[in-house]
Design a protein around this ligand. Structure first.
Ligand code: NAP
Length: 261
C-alpha cells in the first residue's frame, strides 16, 4: 500500500512536464494519493489538463494567486468536489525578467511587490483557505532556493522573496501547529524549468552546482518529488517549519574544489 493512500493533494504550480510540481504530482500518484490541480493562466490548460488526466485527476482549475476572487473560487470548488484535503503544494514564483538580471539595487517598488505578492503572500493566502479543508490535519509544502541564504548573482529580488517565504513557512508552522497542520519548505538545487529560464545565467548555476556539490550532479524533479511525498506522509509527522535541502549537499560547502579527483 502506498504511503499516501487515502490522502488528497491539491497542487498549485504545474506549468508543464518539466515543472517541479509535476515531479511532486507523479511521486504522490505512485504513493496512492488522489490529486487535484490548479494552474495559473488559461493558456496553460492545454498542457496541464492532459498531464493531470494521465494521473487520473479530474480536478483542474484555473487560479491566478494574485486574485482573491479566483482563490476563493478554487477552494469553493475543492470543498464541493473533494470535501476535505490532506496535502497542499505551493510551487509558485514569479518576478519580472528585468529584475532577474543586472543589479538588485535597481529593483523597482513595483517589481519588488509583484515578486513578493506572487511568490510569498500566495502561500499565506493558500494556507489560510486550505486549513479550513483540513479538519484532520495536513501537510503544506512550498519550494524555495538557497539564494535566500547566500547571494546567488542575478537571483536578486527572488532571493529576498525566498528568504521571506522561508520565514513565512516558520510562522505558518507555528500558527497551524494546533490544527495538526505541518508547513515545510523544500530547498531544491537548480533545475531547468520554465521559471528558471527567466534567470539570466542559469546555465552557469547548473554547471557550478554540479562542480561544487559533494554528489557532483544536478537535482531532478523526481528526487524532489520523493522528498515531497515523505513530507506529505505520516512518516514526517514530527517535522514542521523546516527548510529541507534537496541539493546534493551544495549548501554545506564553503569553498569549491574544482580539481577534486
Ligand atoms: P515552473 O514550472 O515555471 O513553475 C512555476 C509555476 O508558478 C508555474 O506554474 C507558474 O505559472 C506559476 N505561477 C506564476 N505566477 C503565478 C500566478 N500569478 N498564479 C498562479 N501561479 C503562478 O518552474 P519551477 O522551477 O517548477 O518552479 C516551482 C517552484 O520551485 C518555484 O517556487 C521556484 O522558485 C521553485 N524552485 C525552483 C528551482 C529551479 O531551479 N527550477 C529551484 C528551487 C526552487 P506560469 O507558467 O503561468 O507563470
Amino acid at each position: 500500500m502506498g504511503k499516501l493512500e487515502g490522502k488528497t493533494a491539491l497542487i498549485f504550480g504545474v506549468a508543464n512536464d518539466h515543472s517541479i510540481a509535476w515531479g511532486i504530482a507523479q511521486a504522490f500518484h505512485r504513493e496512492g494519493a488522489k490529486l487535484a490541480f490548479s494552474y495559473a493562466m488559461p493558456s496553460l490548460e492545454k498542457r496541464v489538463r492532459p498531464l493531470a488526466e494521465s494521473l487520473g485527476s479530474d480536478f483542474i482549475e484555473l487560479c491566478d494567486v494574485t486574485d482573491d476572487a479566483q482563490l476563493d473560487a478554487v477552494f469553493a470548488k475543492a470543498k464541493s468536489q473533494l470535501g476535505t484535503i490532506d496535502i497542499l503544494v505551493h510551487a509558485i514564483a514569479f518576478a519580472n525578467r528585468e529584475d532577474l538580471m543586472g543589479r538588485f539595487v535597481d529593483t523597482s517598488r513595483e517589481g519588488f511587490l509583484l515578486a513578493h505578492d506572487i511568490s510569498v503572500y500566495s502561500l499565506v493566502a493558500l494556507a489560510n483557505r486550505a486549513r479550513v479543508l483540513m479538519p484532520n490535519g495536513g501537510s503544506i509544502m512550498t519550494l524555495t532556493y538557497y539564494g535566500s541564504q547566500k547571494v546567488a548573482p542575478k537571483y536578486n529580488v527572488m532571493g529576498v522573496a525566498k528568504a521571506a517565504l522561508e520565514a513565512t513557512t516558520r510562522y505558518l508552522a507555528w500558527d497551524l501547529g494546533p490544527e495538526n497542520i505541518r508547513v515545510n519548505a523544500i530547498s531544491a538545487g537548480p533545475i531547468r524549468t520554465l521559471a528558471a529560464s527567466g534567470i539570466s545565467g542559469f546555465r552557469d548555476y547548473l554547471k557550478q552546482f554540479a562542480t561544487i556539490a559533494p554528489l557532483h550532479r544536478n537535482v531532478t524533479i523526481d528526487q524532489v518529488g520523493e522528498v515531497a511525498a515523505f513530507l506529505a506522509g505520516d512518516g514526517s509527522s514530527a517535522i514542521t517549519g523546516e527548510v529541507m535541502y534537496v541539493d546534493n549537499g551544495f549548501n554545506i560547502m564553503g569553498l569549491a574544489n574544482e580539481d577534486r579527483e
